[in-house]
Design a protein around this ligand. Structure first.
Ligand SMILES: Cc1cc2nc3c(=O)[nH]c(=O)nc-3n(C[C@H](O)[C@H](O)[C@H](O)COP(=O)(O)O)c2cc1C
Length: 207
């Protein structure tokens, strides 16, 4: 990973510790229908460069913002967008991915997707994988600040945190909807770094 500098005081930072690589893992990357979905291309590349197998699962709305072809090419794996893509195996592909995942990252995560996850809905492959997997879930939200601050979203986020999901972001900044405030998708290299940290922690490589 590129962020590995030693601090000026000679102490080892958390970023150095995370360079203890967990080895190749399977990461399912969920992409939902946010204007920030195009950034998932960079995240896919970073996770692949970190040595992992990346399986992208997109909601139908996400395909309005970035093509499955882009993410298929960058991840070097087929991209799942529908339950009915899954024709090759007797075993449903979404269950296979749920079992195979060492980590489920959802970036960007819309308000809608967060609500679905909080309520245990399973109407599309990404939501079904989130329900079926026992892997850690890392969620990077992106949305309008008023949507993020709405009590419904706050409750949904708290529910997911209580079940062990981890959130990264959102951050403050200029939003695509024209407002300035909280709601921007967190930086891709930090999300990739956090994914690496969570994988290393599973292997007890770091405390
Ligand atoms: C141009 C545009 C940008 C959008 N950006 C966001 C966003 O950043 N976050 C969000 O929660 N919803 C956003 N939406 C609304 C979602 O696309 C919508 O809620 C959709 O149902 C989400 O579906 P999904 O969660 O299944 O992907 C946007 C819609 C449009 C048309």
């Amino acid at each position: 990973m590129k962020k590995n500098s030693k601090r000026g005081n000679g102490k080892t930072s958390a970023r150095n510790i995370v360079r203890i690589r967990p080895g190749a893992k399977s990461i399912v990357l969920g992409v939902t229908g946010s204007i920030a979905a195009y950034k998932s291309a960079e995240l896919t590349s970073l996770l692949v460069k970190q040595g992992h197998e990346v399986f992208v699962v997109m909601t139908q709305d996400a395909t309005e913002f970035i093509t499955p072809l882009t993410l298929q090419t960058l991840s070097k794996n087929p991209v799942m967008t529908s339950f009915y893509d899954e024709k090759e195996n007797w075993r449903p592909g979404h269950i296979e991915l749920a079992d195979r995942a060492n980590l489920l990252v959802i970036a960007p995560a819309t308000a809608h997707c967060i609500a679905e996850l909080a309520h245990g809905l399973a109407g599309h492959p990404l939501a079904a994988i989130a329900l079926a997997t026992r892997a850690q879930i890392l969620i990077a939200p992106a949305m309008n600040g008023k949507m993020w601050e709405h009590p419904a979203t706050r409750e949904n986020v708290e529910k997911l945190k209580a079940r062990g999901a981890e959130f990264i972001g959102p951050e403050k900044g200029m939003l695509a909807c024209g407002y300035e405030g909280i709601g921007r998708l967190w930086k891709m290299d930090d999300i990739a770094f956090r994914a690496e940290f969570l994988l290393a922690r599973q292997d007890n490589l770091i405390a």
